[in-house]
Write a protein that binds this ligand. Structure first.
Ligand SMILES: [Zn+2]
Length: 250
């Protein structure tokens, strides 16, 4: 038992690609794909999904393909292990988007209506892909008591309770807000991804400002992606590197 635990903890320390932060994650990458896939199937069955020939889906589709190419360039191992998929959810009341572990992306029509241009939509989607690339979902799940249970069920199906705990760690259902450290990391990796895909990284600053200054109800996106202090200033400091990446990919 001791030997098993030692092995488990040794293999549980991984490094986040792109930032070098060391991470405690008891799940192998293949589990990100499997768990994300289970949550995705659930979403496709329960949400109102726009047809793939709708203008909204087509818009997300072209941005997503460029972001996947950028992810393949910057994080090749992860990008080829991911089983990418993407859909638009018809819900104008939700200013939201998320990307599950393993690369399943959902964008709500409320978010599509909110952004001012494709650059801002690419920033949102790049930020979400960054959470998946940095494996924040299974990192958070590793910090909960459900983790061992979910891992033990690796060859079987998750029951409803296990699924809900996993989904909450992934930002679905009764979602936990991401930590400020995770937000910083997703801002940084995400802006590099959208820049590598050819989108204007300066729009990241405008996007977050507009989100924070929105009158009335707080966008769902902000409640699960709280603003770290000085977000705009920190993103501005990343712009020279982002512009260089964008220039190299022109
Ligand atoms: Zn976030």
């Amino acid at each position: 038992m001791m030997r098993y635990l030692t092995l488990l903890f040794l293999s549980a320390c991984t490094t986040v690609p792109g930032t070098g932060r060391s991470q405690f994650n008891i799940f192998p990458l293949s589990e990100d794909v499997r768990l994300g896939d289970a949550a995705w199937k659930n979403t496709l069955e329960t949400e109102k999904i726009l047809p793939v020939d709708s203008p909204e889906h087509q818009r997300v589709d072209s941005i997503m393909r460029r972001l996947i190419a950028a992810t393949q360039q910057q994080h090749p191992t992860l990008a080829t292990t991911f089983e990418w998929d993407w859909r638009v959810i018809q819900d104008n009341s939700q200013i939201n988007a998320w990307c599950l572990p393993g690369g399943k992306m959902a964008v709500y029509t409320g978010m599509i209506n909110f952004v001012e241009n494709d650059d801002q939509l690419a920033v949102v989607m790049g930020h979400e892909i960054a959470h998946a690339v940095a494996r924040h979902g299974t990192e958070r799940l590793s910090q909960t008591q459900a983790a061992q249970v979910v891992l033990a069920a690796a060859d079987g199906e998750l029951n409803d309770r296990e699924m809900r705990m996993a989904e909450s760690a992934f930002g679905l259902g009764v979602a936990l807000p991401f930590s400020r450290a995770h937000e910083h990391e997703a801002d940084e990796l995400g802006i590099y991804l959208s820049a590598a895909a050819g989108y204007d990284p300066k729009e990241a600053v405008n996007l977050w400002r507009a989100m924070e200054q929105k009158d009335g109800r707080t966008p769902e996106f902000l409640s699960t992606h709280p603003s770290p202090s000085n977000r705009a200033a920190k993103i501005t400091a990343l712009l020279p590197t982002a512009e260089r990446i964008r220039g190299r990919n022109k």
